[in-house]
Design a protein around this ligand. Structure first.
Ligand code: ZN
Length: 81
């Protein structure tokens, strides 16, 4: 048995990340780096307090961005988690 390659899985879920449209309801913007993230394929999410924008869940492109956000949410315009 061979394990699935993570990159292959990611490509299958989201073959062309550059084609994401920020107006698509299935797409969110990573608050740290500004990259568009496909919510259906996102592995790095965080339940955020609902702010004035009404955002309850944050989506990150990577664990690194999530960690940066968690370290200092105020830097990205969010109250302390
Ligand atoms: Zn990011």
């Amino acid at each position: 048995m061979t394990d699935s390659n993570d990159a292959e899985v990611q490509n299958a879920l989201n073959p062309n990340p550059q084609a994401l449209n920020e107006h698509d309801p299935n797409v969110a913007r990573d608050p740290v780096c500004g990259m568009l993230v496909d919510k259906r394929a996102a592995n790095n999410t965080l339940a955020a307090p609902v702010n004035e924008q009404g955002i309850g869940t944050l989506y990150f492109c990577s664990a690194d961005c999530k960690a940066l956000f968690e370290a200092n949410p105020a830097q990205y315009g969010y109250p302390t988690l």
